[in-house]
Design a protein around this ligand. Sequence first.
Ligand code: NAD
Length: 498
Amino acid sequence: MTAVPHQQIDPAVSAFLAKPRGHWIDNKVVAGQGGKVAVYDPARAEVIAEVPDGTSAEVDAAVAAARRALEGEWAAARPADREAMLYRLSELIAAHGEELAQLETLNQGKSIMMSRMLEVGHSVEFTRYMAGWATKIEGSTLDLSLAFPPGVRYRGMTVREPVGVVGAVIPWNFPLIMAVWKIAPALACGCTVVLKPAEETPLTALRLAELCAEAGIPAGVVNVITGRGETTGAALVSHPGIDKVAFTGSTEVGKKIGHAAIDNMTRFSLELGGKSPVIMLEDVPVEMAVGGSAMSIFFNQGQVCTAGSRLYVQKRIFDDVVGALGQAASAMTVGSGFDPNNQINPLVSERQQKRVCGYINQGLAAGARAIAGGGPGDGPGYFVKPTVLVDVDHSMSVVQEEIFGPVVVAMPFDDLDDVAKRANDTVYGLGASIWSNDMGKVMSLIPRIKAGTVWVNTHNMIDPNMPFGGFKQSGYGREMGRAAIDLYTETKSVCIAY
Ligand code: NAD
């Protein structure tokens, strides 16, 4: 394993880590009064920072700041002002790109290339895209047929208003991207935000909040409160001062959050887990099938909500594709994300490493066979070898449950009926991919797959302009594109008699 050479760390990252850590409320660092949460470098299993474990009083203070901003200076900002501020934020993310990328790799573990290209690159483009929406929100005028009283005519219109104070709770797999996915559309729509990052990965969200202030976004519009999910997160999502909960995370926690939100009739959207099928039809060249399957599952160490964790390969090419995939997985280099040559980097935490290895062991105990990987990589970091399991039964936990690690189960299928049935045979419905150049077959499969996104000859591709979300237990609501505007606005109908 390659350790992180200290001299390569950007001085801005060291300076940020050396500063006293607190919550970010009203554009100021606010010290926590409760306990602390240790933040790790998962490649070395070392503590790199501590953040406050937010108390309910601290959540109250953040929500109050967001409410003051919503009803004060932020309400007075014109759409063009919001657009300009978000645009400045995108420029600042780009200008501080190397610092943010290094901070992310240090704390999350992912490849520095992915941090640069995706965490930073996508965040810049997404924020810029959402900046544009601030000036394009519209309602409609409506012809009305009301008949009474005689002689009176009516005109209706709809107006989009900001939904209000947003409580956003996000996971640790793409920490910076998840933060901008919540903050940018909320601000474009005129909302204010209290964001709780995952306890494992709070650092880039805290740095992003500083950049929001530098972009001229007024105090109280973006607040970040750190802490654990079951305490700080639960206090935020059940807070009566929150108008909307925007959650990304596991289905298990998403259900709890939905229940908590409905008690206050708080609006909510849930982006949850997945167990996405990758379907390789027999016309796909073996090399393409292997590259596509590997990219679908091993990207970000499989810690991707749409990870292609169930691979269905048509019988005629199954042995060739899966054999070559096993060889490719066994040859992957495992090590620190700071060495761009490493293809598999650590998982985010020891807890996640144990969880993933626990699933692998369950699969092996139930009769599955590992043709690659099958357990942890060399420590001290939280590595798991890229793993390909075969001889699985569809009822096994490794086939049905989200593992969220570099583990794929590979299964042969006979025909389109067989694969459509099995692709839909989990509680999830987030993503799916179909690989083939036989467009007749592809087009007949697309409507049969119950998933929020179906990719064809690609996987895991997410664009700011394409709605994203889940069918079934993978979520509620759609992010991205115009759909994001629906999430962060209320529709008001106006009826004018004249
Ligand atoms: P998680 O559900 O354990 O935690 C997510 C967030 O919720 C964290 O900030 C956590 O602190 C907080 N939380 C935990 N319990 C809470 C509670 N009772 N009340 C309020 N907040 C609480 O998920 P995770 O392990 O951090 O992330 C992995 C999960 O996220 C996977 O299931 C993955 O599929 C999902 N995910 C979904 C998408 C999507 O867009 N659909 C994207 C990324 C990740």
